[in-house]
Design a protein around this ligand. Structure first.
Ligand code: FAD
Ligand code: SF4
Ligand code: SF4
Ligand code: SF4
Length: 367
């Protein structure tokens, strides 16, 4: 599949599922006007699935709340969906809250080293690569580099470590993320572990559930997918890369949390004093369920019309999410006054994680 990121397995499986009515619809990400524009798309025509192939690293969408808000929580239709680790966690959290029907969903996971915000990607490409961001036709993350390709065929890669040291690179929540291979999905697909002559041309598919196994088996039988056993050397390399990414995530957690550890409340109080109470952080958080329309009517705890809002506004938000923040970064990315909200809630949740089992994103859990 020409447009696919690796071997095209994800797209082939989604197409097979749709063609054979295993699912009624697919939710995948399509490129919009350019590669900084990742558009979540509901596809029902198998002929249109090809348009969603390829990975958009500068697209920072989270699909979980979209399933709740726009597809009725998949309660009345069967859905195939491409998911990163944070998407899986969001879906599981909403299923725990009875907002999504997991029985109707097949999750095809993609490994995720991280995403770059579209705004900072443009700035980074202009400043560090010396290229007009509009001239980029493809970007990829490979061997620790963020690589761009321009419309006149030039390639340039810069190490992500170097970019991040200078304040560019992945979103801060992605740096702290420890969910690189989404094993709570039905399948986890990626390029880590694809070696030799298959490198760059095949997808490494890890089967994580019976649903995933039967999808792959059916697609192979129908001739929609060609498979071969994973090379043991590739499996070892994959484990090594995953281990290195987890170590890096731990390093960033230590770094970021140390900046607020001493007086978390003082930092929260000062930073949130800029809040304009737009409710975006609540509307877009996959684990926070109140909706703007209800909140703007006022509650007993938070009076309406006050700016900055009473501290209870933020305390209540933190209370709603403190044991289940999935570190998706949506609250922070969408906050118009750039309050580092995900840092606060992630720090609180990681502390809670020290005692809670099972941990979010690390082991399968039942409702
Ligand atoms: P394709 O057939 O090309 O299908 C790709 C699927 O990904 C499509 O369904 C598309 O809608 C979906 N997609 C595209 N962009 C996004 C997005 N931003 N969010 C959610 N879904 C999206 N693999 C690794 O082994 N290591 C990595 O570090 C790594 N980082 C990744 C980071 C991101 C942001 C993404 C999206 C993917 C990453 N992958 C990584 C997975 C890899 O790029 C391929 O998606 C995977 O190998 C499947 O390849 P394929 O050819 O079978 O996929
Ligand atoms: Fe990927 Fe994790 Fe960032 Fe989600 S939070 S986009 S899974 S690195
Ligand atoms: Fe306040 Fe930012 Fe949340 Fe809007 S997104 S309510 S400004 S903290
Ligand atoms: Fe995501 Fe922010 Fe909600 Fe945490 S609080 S789950 S980072 S939107």
């Amino acid at each position: 599949m020409e447009k696919a990121e690796c071997g095209g397995a994800v797209t082939a499986l989604l197409k097979y599922a749709l063609e054979n009515k295993i699912v009624d619809a697919v939710l995948a990400i399509k490129k919009g006007v350019d590669l900084y524009d990742a558009v979540p798309s509901i596809i029902t025509d198998p002929g249109e699935i090809g348009g969603s192939a390829g990975s958009l690293h500068c697209g920072t969408v989270l699909v979980s709340k979209l399933i709740k808000n726009y597809i009725g929580g998949a309660k009345d239709l069967k859905l195939g969906v491409t998911v990163k680790g944070c998407d899986v966690m969001g879906i599981l959290e909403l299923a725990k809250r009875d907002q999504i029907n997991l029985d109707n969903i097949i999750m095809i996971g993609v490994n995720c080293g991280g995403t770059v915000s579209p705004v900072s990607a443009r700035k980074m490409i202009a400043a560090k690569y010396g290229v007009d961001p509009a001239d980029i036709v493809k970007e990829e993350i490979d061997k620790g580099q963020f690589i761009i390709m321009t419309k006149d065929g030039q390639h340039k890669g810069i190490s992500i470590d170097e970019l991040e040291e200078e304040g560019y690179g992945r979103r801060s929540n992605c740096r702290r993320c420890l969910y690189k291979i989404p094993r709570q999905a039905d399948l986890a697909c990626g390029n880590w572990g694809v070696i030799g002559d298959k490198a760059g041309k095949a997808t490494f598919v890890e089967v994580c559930s019976e649903k995933g196994a039967s999808l792959v088996e059916g697609a192979v039988k129908a001739g929609a997918l060609e498979t071969s056993p994973a090379d043991p050397k590739g499996i070892a390399i994959r484990a090594k890369v995953e281990g290195a990414m987890l170590k890096l995530g731990e390093k960033w957690r230590k770094h970021d949390f140390s900046t607020i550890a001493e007086n978390l409340w003082d930092v929260i109080r000062d930073e949130t004093s800029r809040c304009i109470k737009c409710y975006s952080c609540i509307d877009n958080c996959p684990v926070c369920l109140p909706i703007k329309i209800e909140l703007t009517k006022g509650t007993t705890m938070v009076p309406v019309g006050h700016l900055p809002p009473a501290p209870m506004f933020h305390m209540r938000r933190l209370a709603h999410i403190s044991d289940s923040c999935i570190n998706c970064g949506q609250c922070e990315e969408l906050c118009p006054v750039e309050i580092p909200l995900a840092l606060f809630s992630h720090a609180v949740r990681v502390e809670a994680d020290a005692t809670y089992h099972p941990k979010l994103g690390s082991a399968p859990y039942k409702n």
